[in-house]
Design a protein around this ligand. Structure first.
Ligand code: ZN
Length: 109
């Protein structure tokens, strides 16, 4: 087993805006229509800690703070609820137990 390769796949990255460690950027909480632009680097996702527009890849590798002309997409509560339901947990329970950076996050509907 090559531990180094597994680590490369870990969804983890510090925010280049605030330096906060974001264990999971939860790009899968973006509405399906927003995922394409973000994964292509045409839109940014906001940091749940500081709100800075961050360019993140599909594999949650943090590229950097987006230039000012790049639009920002916010995570969808509907999408997050579906994600939680697929894991047999309610979104509220997930946020309480594991989702600390997202507890006060301003979800899109
Ligand atoms: Zn931040």
């Amino acid at each position: 087993m090559k531990i180094r390769e597994i680590r490369m796949e870990m969804p983890a990255g510090d925010c280049p805006g605030c330096g906060r460690h974001i264990a999971d950027w939860h790009v899968e909480w973006l509405a399906p229509l927003d995922q394409g632009p973000v994964f292509r680097g045409q839109a940014a996702i906001d940091c749940p800690g500081c709100g800075a527009p961050i360019l993140v890849t599909r594999n949650q590798n943090v590229v950097g703070v987006a230039p000012p002309d790049v639009p920002v997409r916010k995570r969808s509560r509907t999408q997050a609820k579906k994600w939680a339901k697929a894991r047999s947990i309610s979104l509220d329970d997930y946020l309480q137990q594991h989702g600390l950076p997202y507890r006060n996050y301003g979800f899109e509907p």
